[in-house]
Design a protein around this ligand. Sequence first.
Ligand SMILES: NC(=O)c1ccc[n+]([C@@H]2O[C@H](COP(=O)([O-])OP(=O)(O)OC[C@H]3O[C@@H](n4cnc5c(N)ncnc54)[C@H](O)[C@@H]3O)[C@@H](O)[C@H]2O)c1
Length: 257
Amino acid sequence: MGILEGKKILITGVLNDQSLAFGAAKLAQEQGAEIVLTGVGRGLSITQRTARKLPITPEVLELDITNPDHLDAVKSHIASKWNKLDGILHSIGFAPSACLEGDIFNAQWSDVSVALEVSAYSLKALVEGMLPLLITAGTSSVVGLDFDATVAWPGYNWMGVSKAALESLSRYLARDVGKHKIRVNLISAGPVKTIAAKSVSGFNAFETLWGDRSPLGWSLTDSEPVAKAIVAFLSDWFPATTGEIVHVDGGYHAMGA
Ligand SMILES: NC(=O)c1ccc[n+]([C@@H]2O[C@H](COP(=O)([O-])OP(=O)(O)OC[C@H]3O[C@@H](n4cnc5c(N)ncnc54)[C@H](O)[C@@H]3O)[C@@H](O)[C@H]2O)c1
């Protein structure tokens, strides 16, 4: 029996089969979960195609996280399908190119506000939108994906600032939904080659650096360690953990040089 047997889980952020959320969706199904995916805009049809690569083809709902009507529609659909949600994976990030190029002065508020809304505020919007379904489950788990925001990275710029906001937000959310037995945790993942990663100009710098410095080693093409941590947090095996950030990065964060 899998550790997610009987659980109903909403998984955002599957674009293609390299998406971190794809590995999590596959493992979640293997561990017994029923899942629904979401896709957005022009990527929606790619998500639908990618969904067919999973062991069981799940439903794909349209969700632009900045659109309250989409959030309402997803909530209503899941309410009539399952009437509860045991877990949510927030695997959403986007920043306009001005936020990811040059130095920190390169982007203006019109771009920065998009990065912050889609990559940080969206966690609050998602939890708020699905709150009644999470409460109905009795106990539930929300997991988000972070990239260590305690230091500055090459090229990450305003996405790094957005991740710092996400880290802080996860703690405030954990504070305010704990009374409903909803846990909110982040996985701080090492670099993995995905579509989102391609838009980070400094990403190539990680290629040798990460593998060399991480005591456990690190592969930029293997998202399974991240998927396993996500599934563990969606399971009942961290019942007293919330507001936490767990590094799944080969141990890179703990090394000084
Ligand atoms: N790849 C890495 O190295 C890495 C490392 C740490 C954390 N992360 C984080 O993991 C998460 C997933 O990214 P990924 O690397 O799998 O890349 P990805 O490109 O496969 O996934 C990003 C997802 O965000 C979704 N998205 C963008 N704008 C959206 C919107 N307005 N509404 C709804 N969804 C939207 C996209 O559709 C896509 O599915 C992101 O939060 C990213 O910052 C990635």
